[in-house]
Design a protein around this ligand. Structure first.
Ligand code: PEP
Length: 251
């Protein structure tokens, strides 16, 4: 059984005070939430503060990005050991915005995944096709390339710490959620690739999240699909009420 994981990606939003207000409003809503693993990935600056604010609750804190070295002369970067030391448990790697605006290639993504897997953090590896690629019938090839290249040199044991997020680029921040059927088809393909790489038993333990305009009214149909094991939520994770509804909080 794969425990569902719902992760919020705050991107470059919220001030320190807004982050504090969010946590104090969410804490009372999440007590008793045990069926779903919950993660919030704020800007680096607020990781420590939110780890403390959510202590004793089921909410974990992760990073939106990570560098592939633990330390060194890499101005502006943050490595896995630093994230560990402030209490983060996950790091998103290869988000499409990193690929698009910061020229992250599959090779860079692979270096980051390897670095994260050498720490106690779990990488959430993002893959997804653009609208052009989908319209040209290239979705399967694009996904296959991103998964295979991103996970190159990862062994079966390391693979058990992986989370994959299928995030069609055309669905991110656009309000266009992939239908549950479209998402399931790609998720099943990702699991098949994982089976080829790591064997069926390991592939069946790896969670594959869906991301792309997930909202309170679309989450249930997505989660009902066999190979969808949770969600990576951008915009809707910024609002306490909508994130709590996506998590299924009873309040
Ligand atoms: C994301 O940032 O990973 C994302 C899926 O964003 P949104 O939910 O806003 O589409």
């Amino acid at each position: 059984m794969r425990k569902p994981l719902v992760a919020g990606n705050w991107k470059m939003f919220k001030t320190r005070e807004e982050a504090q207000r969010f946590s104090s409003e969410l804490v009372p809503l999440v007590t008793g939430l045990s069926d779903t693993e919950v993660l919030i990935c704020p800007p680096y600056l607020y990781i420590h503060q939110l780890v403390e604010a959510f202590e004793g609750t089921p909410i974990q804190i992760g990073a939106q990005n990570v560098f592939w070295q633990d330390q060194g002369a890499f101005t502006g970067e943050v490595g896995p050991a630093m994230l560990e030391s402030v209490g983060a448990t996950y790091a998103i790697v290869g988000h499409s915005e990193r690929r698009q605006y910061f020229s992250e290639t599959d090779e860079i993504v692979n270096k980051k995944i390897q670095a994260v897997l050498s720490s106690s953090l779990h990488p959430i590896v993002c893959v997804g096709e653009t609208l052009d690629e989908r319209e040209q019938g290239k979705t399967s090839t694009v996904i296959q390339n991103q998964v295979m290249r991103g996970l190159s040199q990862i062994n079966e044991k390391q693979a058990q710490a992986l989370v994959i997020a299928y995030e069609p680029v055309w669905a991110i921040g656009t309000g266009k959620t992939a239908t549950p059927q479209i998402a399931q088809e790609v998720h099943a393909h990702i699991r098949e690739i994982l089976s080829r790489l790591f064997g069926k038993t390991v592939a069946n333990t790896i969670r594959v999240l869906y991301g792309g305009s997930v909202k309170p009214d679309t989450i249930d149909a997505l989660m009902a699909m066999q190979d969808i094991d949770g969600a990576l939520v951008g915009g809707a994770s910024l609002d306490v009420a909508s994130f709590a509804t996506i998590l299924g909080c009873k309040g």
